[in-house]
Design a protein around this ligand. Structure first.
Ligand SMILES: Cc1cc2nc3c(=O)[nH]c(=O)nc-3n(C[C@H](O)[C@H](O)[C@H](O)COP(=O)(O)OP(=O)(O)OC[C@H]3O[C@@H](n4cnc5c(N)ncnc54)[C@H](O)[C@@H]3O)c2cc1C
Length: 464
């Protein structure tokens, strides 16, 4: 009888492995459908996004932005003496924000009919997992499995983080002192955000990138505008460059960049991320991975094993929290309800200042693929709110096809990340810019820049 009860208790409709934005969203959606749900997370709910990614970095960036803004206005708008940073508090504040959101998420999951286990999951067979937790191992069965195990930093073999002098993006979040100088290896969005953070607080910052450009997948005009701003702030950018380590000791590290010698106090390695499937024992089920070790799925998130699905960073696609949570939102409908076309347009954002937000094709790729387009650019400095805020760097660039549907939109400027979604609504719903033109925009707002840019596309611009 005990065995039977145990069997019933450990039998689920759907089991989700990984409690990041992909996994916990899928769990909430599955519970809403009335399914018996098991969610297994080996570390902390919220995954990389909440604990090591989006939230701590955005908290750090806000402190850096605030400090830059005060410095800019010091002894101009305000008389402030003895202004200095409290690095320890800046780090503590980011950790405090994590805790606050984590307790909200834990409350949410614990107050739903979701069985949540804080343990490490490993497949036994295609309908069973073993979960180790507090040195005990329990077996659980489920009809459906959703793998949402995310990703971890990918480090070059010649610059391995020790999280003492050479850090990865996880370790740098615990740094105890502001370094005098820091080399950031990798000019993707993580490297760029940390470059802004350290430079704003006063560190000497160099970014070294082995591709021909930092943020190489982005639109060239956007990259050039960012570089202009970063160089103006004193951030050094070395592109098409290779770095190797000569010597390190407690106080500094001696590196070679393109055969010249440099010294830094710290290094941050931000050379990308790799999918995390290690320890799941998916090899025993012969789940297919691609050549970069991402789990291969079809457009309904299904792997080559009938009842096993995968979402988020562990699958190929933009390694971003909003993609993962959108996957988590869609997958339950796809498995248990109406199959929805999973073709989505995913915006990319960089939260340095000026911020960057982009969606769809770059101008370079439209030209390369010989796609006809019309383009308009509206500078932030033509906008009342930007001027009033004292921050008017940047521009909004929109490219449309002959039906005035958006092919690509790229914004650089303060507030860009809050502006991109309205353009994404058009793209994702196959609407033309007419929907914007027929809308009354509140004044003064930054979103009027988008309105103005759309007016320009139909030849009715006002402010430029
Ligand atoms: C520094 C940094 C900044 C970032 N900033 C942004 C940003 O501003 N915006 C944005 O959109 N994205 C950002 N990201 C990316 C974002 O964090 C990820 O894209 C997102 O977290 C992916 O969600 P996920 O659910 O797929 O995986 P994850 O969030 O990685 O969650 C996977 C979870 O699975 C758990 N797990 C793994 N294996 C097992 C197992 N065997 N058993 C049980 N549990 C397991 C892990 O512990 C983890 O908690 C950032 C990332 C970093 C590193």
């Amino acid at each position: 009888m005990g065995k039977l009860l145990n069997y019933q208790m450990n039998n689920f409709d759907v089991c989700i492995i990984g409690g990041g934005p992909g996994g916990y969203t899928a769990a909430i959606e599955a519970e809403r459908k009335g399914l018996k749900v098991l969610l297994v997370e080996k570390k902390s709910l919220g995954g990389t996004c909440l604990n090591l990614g989006c939230i701590p970095t955005k908290s750090l960036l806000k402190s850096a932005e605030l400090y830059s803004d005060i410095l800019k206005n010091q002894n101009k708008l305000f008389n402030i003496s003895n202004l200095s940073i409290n690095f320890d508090e800046i780090i503590k504040n980011s950790q405090k924000n994590i805790k606050r959101l984590l307790s909200g998420l834990e409350y949410l999951i614990n107050n739903k009919k979701i069985t949540y286990i804080n343990g490490n999951a490993k497949f036994k067979d295609k309908k069973t997992i073993k979960v180790s937790c507090n040195k005990k191992e329990e077996v659980y069965n489920s009809d459906i499995f959703i793998i949402s195990t995310g990703s971890i930093p990918k480090n070059p073999k010649n610059i391995m983080p020790d999280n003492n002098i050479i850090y990865d993006s996880d370790g740098i979040l615990q740094l105890s002192n502001l370094p005098k100088s820091i080399l950031i290896v990798g000019g993707g969005y993580i490297g760029i955000e940390f470059a802004f953070f350290f430079n704003s607080l006063g560190s000497e910052v160099t970014i070294v990138e082995d591709q021909k450009s930092i943020l190489s997948v982005m639109d060239t005009e956007i990259i050039n505008e960012l570089k202009k701003n970063f160089k103006g702030k004193g951030i050094k950018i070395e592109e098409n460059s290779k770095v190797s380590i000569n010597k390190k000791n407690e106080n500094h590290i001696d590196v070679n960049i393109n055969n010249s010698k440099f010294f830094y106090e710290k290094i941050l390695v931000a050379t990308g991320r790799q999918p995390l499937t290690e320890g799941l024992d998916i090899e025993s089920l012969d789940i297919k991975l691609n050549n970069k070790n991402f789990i291969i799925t079809d457009s309904n998130y299904k792997t080559n094993v009938e009842n096993i699905f995968a979402i988020g960073d562990v699958t190929e696609g933009p390694m971003l929290a909003h993609r993962a949570s959108f996957d988590g939102f869609r997958i339950i409908d796809n498995i248990y309800g109406d199959k929805i076309n999973t073709k989505i347009s995913v915006p990319s954002c960089v939260y340095c200042q000026p911020e960057i937000a982009t969606i769809g094709s770059t101008e370079d790729s439209l030209l390369e693929n010989k796609i006809n387009f019309k383009k308009a650019i509206t500078p932030f400095k033509s906008n009342g709110k930007s001027i009033a805020q004292g921050e008017n760097r940047g521009f909004c660039k929109i490219m449309v096809d002959k039906e005035f549907k958006i092919l690509g939109a790229h914004i650089i400027g303060k507030g860009a990340t809050e502006m991109i979604s309205e353009l994404n609504i058009l793209m994702s719903n196959d609407l033309s810019i007419e929907s914007i033109i027929n809308t009354v925009y509140p004044h003064p707002t930054l979103s009027e820049i988008i309105y103005e840019c759309c007016l320009q596309l139909i030849g009715r611009e006002r402010h430029i």
